[in-house]
Design a protein. Structure first.
Length: 376
């Protein structure tokens, strides 16, 4: 874990050095942003999604209080300039996902140059793919203008291969939790998965993932596990979670469950799909990102399909569906997910709606304990 624990601080220094020689830094807010294009112009992509309560009070001086904490935290970091990665970003990429986020991008665009990708409302290929290819190409033009670097097809293909390699390794690593012994906790797995958002040296990161994979294999061979064989195996889905907003994940594991699978955007949802290396690169990139199973898409059948696959592969006993307060899309979708999964698998789904504060920790603990007791 030492390879990943402090990666964010280490990357910050490396980014400062890279900027001194003219490398551009691009702030991203969403899984829909195609990182391959950012890398292909020689820029460094960094994740700017706010996962911490601290800047929310400042954000609420401008944004309405009844907005999801992720949006408020992201905006709060920007206006207070307290996120080093926002400070280091030369420009930003946003997407028209949920209403709150897309309106927040209008405000962020007053602080730094911002390119807004317009998402289609559904991921159906016949209706949306050509349109989305156009958005990907508009982004390419923007990146080329901002950096003065033309994207060559060879470099783009190379980036597609590198990003696919990273995704395959991440899938291998999460796969070590698919059965007992479980060699890594959900909380540590979140740190590993989230660390990919602050990379200068992607190939070095791939080497670290390979080392971690070997280590997890060895731990499993020795029969060591972070939990007992009868610890309830939980899948966490819903809104994105990260360092600072991991309270639900932490409570599940403190109460004796083990989060063996995380479907949300810090987790499997963002690396499950690969870009087709044999297809025309812009179309292949557009195709892959369009399939992101986010609740902003309607219908969002891909999420149900992914959850079914994960429940079976990871031998899931219970699902926790986390909705950040005021996130209407995930909140409404929760009913569909719950009714579908309970009928198909007869496993319980606990829907939790909360924010980034610790004020409801006791209440969350009671509800999570009640879920976990069902398995004893
Ligand atoms: S949940 Fe949807 S809007 Fe949020 S980061 Fe993921 S893809 Fe983007
Ligand atoms: S958690 Fe929901 S409301 Fe918040 S940014 Fe993501 S999709 Fe939008």
């Amino acid at each position: 874990m030492s390879l990943f624990d402090r990666l964010s601080e280490k990357s910050q220094l490396e980014i400062e050095t890279a900027k001194e020689v003219g490398t551009k830094v691009v702030g991203l807010y969403c899984t829909f942003a195609p990182k391959e294009l950012v890398r292909a112009v020689g820029a460094i992509p960094v994740g700017l999604c706010g996962k911490d309560q601290t800047p929310i009070r400042d954000a609420e001086t401008i944004l309405p209080a009844n907005l999801c904490p992720l949006i408020k935290s992201s905006y709060g970091y920007a206006i207070t300039n307290t996120c080093p990665y926002f400070y280091l970003s030369d420009f930003l990429i946003g997407e028209t996902t949920c209403d709150g986020k897309k309106k927040m991008f209008e405000l962020l665009g007053q602080l730094k140059p911002l390119f807004l990708m317009h998402l289609p409302p559904c991921c159906d290929e016949n209706r949306s793919l050509n349109y989305w290819v156009g958005e990907v190409i508009r982004l390419k033009d923007f990146l080329e203008r901002q950096t003065g670097t033309k994207i060559g097809e060879e470099e783009l293909s190379r980036q597609i291969k590198i990003h696919n390699k990273k995704r395959v390794l991440l899938k291998e690593i999460v796969g070590y939790c698919a059965n007992y012994p479980v060699p890594i906790s959900g909380t540590d797995m979140m740190v590993v998965m989230e660390s990919r958002n602050f990379l200068v040296d992607i190939e070095g990161y791939i080497n670290n993932l390979q080392r971690l994979a070997r280590e997890l294999q060895a731990i499993k061979r020795e029969g060591r596990s972070v939990c007992s064989p009868d610890a309830p195996r939980i899948l966490l889905t819903g809104c994105p979670v990260g360092k600072g907003s991991e309270k639900v994940l932490r409570i599940i594991e403190e109460c004796g469950g083990v989060v063996v699978c995380q479907e949300h955007c810090t987790g499997i949802k963002s690396f499950n799909l690969l870009v087709d290396e044999d297809d025309a690169p812009y179309k292949a990139i557009a195709h892959r990102y369009l399939k992101t199973p986010c609740s902003c898409m309607t219908p969002n059948q891909g999420r149900i399909e992914l959850l079914c696959q994960l429940i079976e592969d990871f031998k899931i006993q219970g699902v926790v569906d986390l909705t950040w307060q005021c996130c209407h899309t995930y909140n409404v979708e929760s009913y569909l997910i719950k009714t579908f999964l309970e009928k198909r698998y007869q496993i319980p789904l606990l829907h939790l709606e909360t924010d980034y504060s610790e004020s409801d920790t006791g209440q969350l603990k009671t509800r999570i304990e009640a879920l976990l007791e069902m398995f004893h």
